[in-house]
Each structure stands twice: as C-alpha cells, then as structure tokens.
Design a protein around this ligand. Structure first.
Ligand code: AMP
Length: 390
C-alpha cells in the first residue's frame, strides 16, 4: 500500500490530511488518487465506507488549485444525504477557503441553494433533478466543467436517473476528466461508462472496508409475527449505541416506528412520506443522540455517515441484494465496530442466496439468545427521555 506522500498529493493536501488524522490511504484511495491526479478517466468499484469520497475529492481539490469562481468540478450523486456528506468532505479537505463547494438537491426551497450558487462555487455537488432545475433557470452553467464525477452510479441508475444524467452530461464539455464510482458494476453501469468515459483506468476494491472485520453480521430465522418481539429484544440488548432499522416500504417504516413507540422506545422514522425538513431535523437529532432508534427505508437512509450507529437491523430484506451491503455499511464507520442483524423469513431464502453471492460467503442464521415467549415479557430498555404521555 502506498503512503499519501507517494500518491503525489500536494503539500497542502498532505498537511490537511495530517490535521484531520488520516494516517494512511485506504485501498481505493491508494488505487484511484494517482490516476485521478494524472487527469485520467477512472472507473472505480468501491462501496460506501471504503473512503471513496476522499479518493476523488483530494485529487479534484489538488487539480483545482485555487479558487476561480467558476464551476470546474461537478459531482452527480443519488441522494440529498450523500450530497450533504460529500460537500462536508470537500470542505474538510479544502479548508481555509481554498475552494468553494455548493450543494444542490431537491425537496427543499431554492433560496439557500441560489445564494450558494451566486457566490460562484468551484465544485457543485448535486442530485440530477435539482441540478437540471437550476440549469433551466439559467442559474448554473456547466460549460466550464473540467472534472465530472458520478458517485454511486449504480444507485443513480437504480433510482431511474439515467435520462437526467444524460441531459446533464450533454451540457458538460466533452474535453473533461470523468470518474465513475459504483459499488456494483452491472451491464447498465458498464453501458453508461462506455458512453461517457474514455479509456478509463479501472480500479477495483474487494468489498473491504477501512476496518475489514468491523461489522459482525448476524442472521435470525423468524416470521412476520415475531419480528417485533425480536426487534425489541435486540434493542434491549444493544446498549447505548444508535440503532438503524431498515424496512422495505414506507408503510412498514411507519408501522414499525409506531409499534416501537407504543412499547416505550423512543423511535423516529425517515422515509419518502416524511417532509425533507422533518427528515433533516430527525437526522440531526439522531446524530446528536437525542434518540437512539431510527426506522428508515433504503432511499431515505442512503449514504448516512453517523459514526455512532452501532447496530443495523434489517427488519425486512432489501429489494435489491446490493442494498444489503449499503445498509450494513451504515455501521462500523470511522474505525468503530458495528453489528448487523438480518431477519430472514422462509420466503426470503432466494434473496438470501443472492446476498451470499455478493458478500462471497455462506451466511449462517443464529437463534436469538432468549426464547421468544420471554422476549415478550422482557423488561424493555428506554432510550433517551420517555415520551411525554408516559
Ligand atoms: P466514504 O467511503 O467516503 O463514505 O468514507 C467513509 C469514512 O471513512 C468517512 O467518515 C471518511 O471521513 C473516513 N475516511 C476516509 N478515508 C480515510 C482514511 N484514509 N483514514 C481514515 N478514515 C478515512
């Protein structure tokens, strides 16, 4: 593995990394930073949690050099949560006003984003729909873009953004550097890469994270009727860390959160029926530890980077097997350890086999330590303050 110095990063970047406390590059950084600095197109297979944001943000900032007040780098990504995190990483690596980054995402007013754009950002981090809105309003000009990054390309395509991505790329000069980061490379992602990347340097990273053994994965055979009792048992055993519970649908997320609250667990929910503002407040409170159990759907929790998440519970298996990896990657972050619990019903076995193919091993199911009859009677742990009604 190379050191950051050997990768050819500037003195300024090295000083910043030292200040942040990154001592050595992750595998994806070790493989992607040099070709990115050289201006090559890059196709990188990397998951969230692998350090992929720094793998492109560091070379982009170095190549930008200093502030020019025109948009020279564009990062397209699938969700608002990821957009906010990527912006924060750019700000961390390019501190002291070296460059300015704007973030654009939908589901919220245009005011703040318009103000940010007026300041002339060097980097725009955006979800495709909102970016197109701003292009139509003639508030964004992409004709000066030199570097284009497609982050979580598989997810962008899963969410149906292909037409918007194409419309955006049509407005970016063809003489540019393009990099694509994706957890999975299926035919659709390959097709997109073929269309928009030129002789890309391919860098692959096995599904390894910064701390490879940091997530303990457990599977529990159950049925729909027993899931709530099992969840309460896990919550009661979990200690003080934050727990993220995934359901497959919005309706289920609402129901599970309501049932937890009825059992005196302070649980909140984020999903497509929750307004963007409410989602942001909920996430802020979750991050600050004001409550410990968050129930979420895949899209709403995409890209969350909250180091205190100690447990991920897959109340339902995800629709797409690749989401399993994204989900469990919400824990074990920033060098901490984490645990994932997946509930598996008889009807889930086909999906489980597909997940096994992706993680490359057989996943053993474990009985939960106490019999379910006692779980139902077990004293429940209350997180944070109890609801006012109790
Ligand atoms: P990402 O995969 O970009 O979402 O990064 C996952 C987490 O790892 C983020 O909290 C990063 O700040 C952190 N990280 C990235 N690179 C390194 C590194 N070289 N050393 C330690 N932590 C890192």
């Amino acid at each position: 593995m190379n050191t950051f110095v050997e990768l050819g990063l500037s003195k300024q970047a090295l000083a910043r990394l030292k200040g942040i406390g990154f001592t050595e590059p992750t595998e994806i950084q070790s493989k992607a930073i040099r070709p990115m600095l050289d201006g090559c197109d890059v196709m990188a297979s990397a998951q969230t949690g692998s350090g992929k944001t720094a793998a492109y943000a560091l070379p982009v900032i170095d190549r930008l050099g200093k502030r020019a007040k025109t948009c020279r780098a564009l990062v397209l990504l699938p969700t608002r949560e990821l957009a906010l995190q990527v912006k924060a990483e750019f700000e961390r690596f390019g501190a002291h006003g070296q460059i300015k980054t704007s973030v654009l995402y939908g589901g919220t007013g245009y005011g703040n984003q318009t103000r940010e754009l007026r300041a002339g950002p060097d980097v725009i981090v955006a979800t495709p729909g909102r970016l197109l809105d701003f292009i139509q309003r003639r508030m964004v000009d992409l004709s000066t873009v030199e570097m284009l990054i497609l982050d979580e390309a598989d997810r962008l395509l899963d969410l149906g953004f292909a037409p918007q991505i194409r419309k955006v790329i049509e407005r970016v000069p063809t003489r540019r550097q393009t990099a694509m980061f994706s957890a999975t490379f299926d035919l659709r992602v390959e097709r997109l890469a073929k269309e928009y990347l030129t002789d890309p340097v391919r860098v692959g990273v096995c599904a390894k994270r910064i701390e490879p053994a940091s997530i303990e994965q457990q599977f529990h055979k159950t049925n729909e009727d027993e899931k709530d009792a099992l969840l309460l048992k896990l919550i009661s055993d979990a200690g003080q860390g934050s727990i993220l519970v995934f359901t497959r649908t919005r309706r289920k997320a609402k129901k599970v959160a309501a049932r937890l609250r009825a059992a005196a667990v302070e649980a909140q929910e984020i999903h497509g029926d929750v307004s963007q503002n409410k989602r942001e407040t909920t996430l802020d409170h979750y991050r600050k530890g004001k409550f410990n159990v968050l129930v979420a759907t895949d899209v709403a929790a995409r890209g969350l980077d909250i180091p205190t998440i100690s447990h991920v519970v897959n109340y339902d298996l995800p629709q797409s097997p690749s989401d399993y990896v994204h989900r469990i990657g919400r824990t074990g972050r920033a060098g901490r350890s984490g645990c994932s619990h997946t509930f598996v019903c008889d009807s889930d076995h086909g999906s489980l086999r597909q997940i096994e193919k992706i993680v490359g091993r057989t996943l053993m199911s474990r009985p939960i330590s106490a019999p379910l009859s006692s779980i139902k009677r077990a004293p429940r742990r209350h997180f944070g303050r109890r609801p006012a009604s109790r």
